[in-house]
Structures are given as C-alpha cells and as structure tokens.
Design a binder for this molecule. Sequence first.
Ligand code: GLN
Length: 535
Amino acid sequence: MAKYIFVTGGVTSSLGKGIIAASLAKLLQARGITATIQKFDPYINVDPGTLNPYEHGECYVTEDGAETDLDLGHYERFLNIPTSQANNVTTGRIYQTVINKERAGEFLGKTVQVVPHITDEIKHRMLLLGKEGKFDVVITEIGGTVGDIESLPFVETVRQIQWELPEEDVMVVHLTLVPYLKAAKELKTKPTQHSVRMLSEAGVHPDVIVCRAEEPLNDEIKRKIALFCNVRAGRVIEAADASTIYEVPLKMLEEKLDLIVLEKLKITNFKTPDLTKWSLFLDKLKHPKATVNIGLIGKYIELQDAYKSILESFIHAGAMNEVKVNVVNVHSEDITKDNVKELVGQLDGLLVAPGFGNRGIEGKIVAVQYARENNLPFFGICLGMQMAVIEFARNVVGLTGAHSVEMDPASPHPVINMMEEQKRITMKGGTMRLGAYPCAIQKDTLAYEIYSSELISERHRHRYEFNNEYLKAFQDKGMVTSGTNPTTGLVEIVELPNHPFFIGVQYHPELKSTVEAPAPLFVHFIAAAKKHAKG
Ligand code: GLN
C-alpha cells in the first residue's frame, strides 16, 4: 500500500496548492519514488464539465475521458504521466454514489448520514489509487480552504485517515499565506496561526507548514510559526513568489520539502534527485533568444485560467524553440473585417481557441480568413478548427451560409454537423465525445511532418464534427484532411498545403503537452511563427 500526503490550504484560496502538490510529486519522482496526485473538490457539481470557464477556468480532460479540474493539467505537465477519473473527486460525485447506493437499498434500515456514510465514501476514494500497487506515494490536494463549511467532510476524513494509518504512512502539508504589511514593514503570522488552529479544531494536525510570502521569511518568523502552530522546527518552509510555476520544484528542493517528507514517511530508499531535463527546460525558458507574438483569439480571454493548458503549451513550445511566446489576447467579439488587419496584422501567428456557442463566432471566422489570405501561421483547436472549415466553405468552396449546426441549426450548408451518437443525448454532464481517440495521419502532409507517425492518439471534448458529405468539395478546392479517425472516418485534422502553416485539429493537443514532452503541434506552430517573425 502507498503512503498518503494531504495538502490543505489556509487563509485564502489561490495560494497555489496544486503547484506545491505537483512540485512535491516532481521531487519525489526525481528521487525515484512513484507518486500520483489527486484532487478533492468541495463543490456539488458531479464534475467541472458543466461549469462555465468564467467560474472555474478550463475543464481539463483526461485520457479516459473524465472532465476534471485544471489542477490535473498541472499534475500531468509536471509529472509527465497521465491522470484519470480517479484523480478528481467532487462532493457531488461522492453524494451521487452514496445516494445511488441508498436507492439501491444498500443501507436498508439505516439513516444515511454525512458521518459515516459520506466520509466512508470519501475515504474509499482517497485511498483507492494507493491500493493499485502502482504508486509509493499518493498526494491528495483538498480544494478550498480549511474552515469552509463545504470542505468539512474532507477534513474529517483526513482526520480519520491520520488516526487509522500508521504514523509513517500519512502526513499533512498545510499551505498558508504570510502577508506582508507595508505600513508595519512586517510579515504577519497570525492568519497562519488561525488557520492551523482551525485545522487542529477539526482534529487534523499539520506536519509541515508551507508559507507563501512576498518577503523572505527569516528564521525567527519560521520559529514563531513552528512554536505557535505546534510543528517541529525545520518543518516550516517558505514558498516565495517564483517567476514561473516551473521554478517551484527547485525552490522546494532548496527548502528541502522532499527530505522533510521522506523523513516523516520513513522512506529510506531514494536517490539524489535527477532534474537534468527539468533544469534544461527552465534554462531555455529563462533565456529566450527572441520573441514571437501570438494572437490568442477567444471569448474567455478576460480569465486566463480558461485557456490554461494552451498557455502552458506555449511555454513548453517556446522553450523548445528558444523563444519567448508573447500571447496577445484578442477578443473574438471585437474582430471585424474592417479592423482585423489592425488587430492581428503585426502578429506572428494566430491560434483560434476552443469554445462553445454563438458569441464571437464571426470574429473568429474573420481572423481565420485573414491568416489564410495573408500567409500568417494559423492553428485552430476544436472550435477553432471548425471555424477554419466554415471560413473555407464560405470563401473558397462558395457555400453561402455554411455554418455549424451548433450556431445555425437551419444552415443550408451544415459543414459542421452534430455527431450521430450525440443526437440521442439529452443530458449535458459528461456526454460529449470525451477522452483519447486514435487518429490516422496521411503521409506527405504537414501533420505527418509534425508527428512523424501514421497513428497518433489525442484527447477530445466536443459534440460536433466535420460533415463528410462535403469532404469532396473541400478536397477539390485544396483543403487536405490529413488526419482521420481510423474506425469512424471522422475528420480530425485539416490543413492547407499552399500556406506556410495552416492547420486545424478537432482534438485538444494542449491537454497532452508536458515539460518533458511538449505537444508537437505547438512546437511546430511556434517554429512557424518564429520563421514568420524573422520575415
Ligand atoms: N462547440 C464545439 C463542439 O462541441 C467545439 C468544442 C470545443 O472547442 N471544445 O463541437
């Protein structure tokens, strides 16, 4: 059985628990210890798939088609190993399971209660990945902050696990904020003390306190926190602001977070950390030789978390190309035929983003047209690919009124149509085409040059697809469908040969880009943009 580390947060949310958890896992991995990370979210939605990106940021999709929290993206990008449905559990999913069991008569005669029924289900899921025999350590991030009404059952379950398991098999890492008061010129430890007290009142005792602070914590402050929070000296560490999230593992290494954990969990069989690839990446990231300006055309641009995986993929691909990728957010609703040149004409490449619904659609189509006609590198993802198809249909094939049935169900030319299996579906949650599907790539195409493979697998999240009734009309006018699903024939990749770089993909390559294995499409797109920048 694995050992368990729980990461809780106090004082405020958004302190970066996900990054701390991922950094710790990375360090353990670099020391030869297998680790996975899971996230328990306190909201009632069964998964974040039905949440607006403005509410919750991007919905991250795993290989097995789970719609999950964006922190799972960080876990994969750091560890370079896939996560699954089991790595993200919400209160909604817990309740759904318990209520289904109740309806099935599994608790006959009993009153079903938060303790023990809900907490037992939470415990079952918290321990599950550790029973597979694949991992030495399972790190569990508890969403929200200690003291929130809704995270109480999670904290209570951590208490039970801390009580039930041997001391060397479980530990709690608590992340807090140590604010700096400018007027007093002082770091303040009181909020940390309060949040640890709140955790202690729930019966959970932290073994390590990681302090986010804008100013360095001196030894005296660390000692004070250790004393008043009842944590061993040396187990209060600092998480200073970093210039990039990818630096955090190295900062945690300096602070010896990994050694503290190994000592507490009595793990003795570890090696000196091998972070060669990671450091190489970081070095390239910090010392770019040039800059490329990429337009991100989307409708959720006010909230950067909505495009988290895309932005991270740019970082990976930028480092690979030794350039800084400067992302210029362009709101699709603002783009018109009259201003498109002014808005995107100076950029080195355009990425038209995924999305749902009507808003900003025509602006995206105008942007695609500009890129196509002006030899500007273009990369369309999911909805972005669909917009490239619609633009080509209207302006090259001559299909007036061509559209996606998502936006215009009465379109005379539904070049993007609803998938057959989607037509019977009425429920919204978890019902899209989700997760990994194979894609066969045609030789002598840009896609083949990018992937160097005839068969790839990429992740999906959509309901609509290229309408194959129009396939011949498109091909006759020069659009190449270079990637298709080998069993269904669904078009996965479209490209234009007489263009420096024009490609649209129905899937989401950004979901598989990691530090150690950047997504090839992003790497090549940035390379094309770099070439464009040089002129
Ligand atoms: N709305 C489109 C569809 O459902 C595209 C989805 C997306 O971009 N993820 O097919």
